[in-house]
Ligand binder design. Structure first.
Ligand SMILES: Cc1cc2nc3c(=O)[nH]c(=O)nc-3n(C[C@H](O)[C@H](O)[C@H](O)COP(=O)(O)OP(=O)(O)OC[C@H]3O[C@@H](n4cnc5c(N)ncnc54)[C@H](O)[C@@H]3O)c2cc1C
Length: 389
């Protein structure tokens, strides 16, 4: 049956974790998921509770109050949360993995001690700021500049489409410390919201992922202590590549979570809804949609879980991350659209959550690298290898 293949990859502690997260998500998130979407509000109380339960500490070492580094655990947590609300899962992924895990992986002890316990306990919210108004897919063309002046960097520039920006306390910011060196001149600084010269401009009004606030950040002569650098000067580019590897893996769990929720509605509705005297699930064209959804989802989920369970950070995983990301997100878009079709006119209304799933799913093949770019990365990896057998 659906999902049986992956259960063999989960250890006992993963199964317990899944049960705990699923219970929390059903009890605390499901009842307000539609309202989060409708009113586009960030559920601060839910983040506090997730902090108390340790969910914001996925991919943060235990010594800093986290769960430890276990990509499979992160996939399980994000998938279970996304079944109820993809937007809560997206904001959770950004603070815990894109901020938390990156600081844990690349930061020095001082920065880890300063920020990670707050992130792991949900008391601090983090954001990851790479994209700029003129630099999306082409991320090396960012213009944000950090100029060294004694013990400080003076930062000027702006960031666009930053998840959590309107609610975050601290940002993981990609800058150029030496633009003449191109990629080798890219660095990462931790910049706090309260530092003088930082302005979070506005919350964007989006079609989906509502409740996961997305914003612009302006940096105007911001004085950032040199001790806030992640790693060393010029290490930004390799950090970006490695962090995108993890990001593309874990965001795929949001895709599988949304897909599971949509398929669940397709199956339940098809058994109940009768037309022409019988359940619509007995019509072949509806059955095809259900069969395709189940097969695609099981295949992509098995790929994702195998990848997460065997993830080896020492390896170049660009092909796996890019390919699982476009497969999972496009599967989510397809299944959520088909779910609307199966529910007919009801699927098009807000009486059922499938239209929300579709609006949320569409972000998943854009954010963290578009499907076009994912295919480019995947193909480039294979071409570079030269042969596959
Ligand atoms: C809700 C939301 C949340 C986000 N959160 C964050 C965040 O937290 N942090 C962050 O840094 N960024 C974030 N982003 C930014 C996101 O990663 C970018 O939107 C994405 O990488 C695409 O960049 P772009 O929007 O500038 O599109 P563009 O790069 O301008 O692309 C436009 C179109 O051209 C295509 N295209 C571009 N280059 C090529 C090429 N070489 N070959 C073929 N096609 C190409 C693209 O695939 C796309 O279809 C977020 C975006 C959204 C919408």
């Amino acid at each position: 049956m659906l999902g049986d293949l992956i259960s063999g990859l989960e250890k006992e502690e993963h199964k317990i974790l899944r049960e705990t997260v699923a219970r929390f998500a059903k009890d605390r998130i499901a009842p307000i998921a539609a309202r989060i979407d409708e009113e586009d509000y960030f559920p601060e109380d839910i983040f506090k509770e997730m902090g108390e339960l340790g969910f914001t500490g996925i991919m943060i070492p235990e010594e800093y109050g986290g769960f430890g580094i276990d990509p499979l655990a992160a996939v399980i947590v994000l998938e279970e949360i996304a079944k109820q609300s993809a937007s809560v899962a997206l904001s959770l992924m950004v603070t815990s993995v894109l901020f938390g895990h990156n600081v844990a992986y690349w930061g020095n002890d001082e920065l880890k001690k300063k920020y990670l316990p707050g992130i792991a306990s949900g008391k601090l919210i983090g954001a990851y700021a790479l994209t700029e108004p003129d630099a999306g897919s082409d991320s090396v063309s960012i213009k944000t500049r950090a100029e060294r002046k004694g013990d400080y960097f003076i930062v000027n520039g702006q960031k666009m489409f930053i998840t959590n920006a309107p609610v975050a306390d601290v940002f993981y910011v990609f800058v150029y410390t030496d633009p003449t060196k191109k990629k080798e001149g890219m660095s990462v600084l931790l910049i706090e919201k309260e530092m003088e010269g930082v302005t979070v401009a506005k919350k964007l009004d989006k079609m989906g992922m509502r409740g996961s606030p997305t914003g612009l950040i302006f940096f105007e002569d911001v004085k950032v202590p040199v001790t806030n650098i992640i790693g060393t000067e010029g290490m930004g580019y390799p950090q970006m590549l490695k962090s995108l590897e993890i990001e593309r893996m874990v965001i795929s769990a949001i895709s599988t979570g949304v897909s599971l929720a949509a398929l669940d509605w397709m199956v339940r509705y098809s058994n109940e809804r009768k037309q022409f005297g019988k359940p619509i699930g007995q019509f072949e064209m509806i059955m095809k949609k259900i069969a395709d959804a189940g097969a695609m989802l099981d295949a992509v989920r098995t790929y994702l879980y195998m990848y997460a369970a065997t993830y080896n950070e020492e390896k170049d995983n660009r092909f796996e991350s890019a390919s699982v990301k476009f497969l999972a997100s496009e599967t989510a878009v397809k299944i959520t659209l088909d779910a609307i079709q199966v529910l007919g006119g009801y699927g098009y209304t807000k009486e059922y959550p499938v239209e929300r799933y579709m609006r949320d799913a569409k972000l998943l093949d854009i954010g963290s690298g578009t499907s076009e770019i994912m295919r480019f990365v995947a193909a480039k990896s294979l071409l570079k290898a030269g042969r596959v057998i």
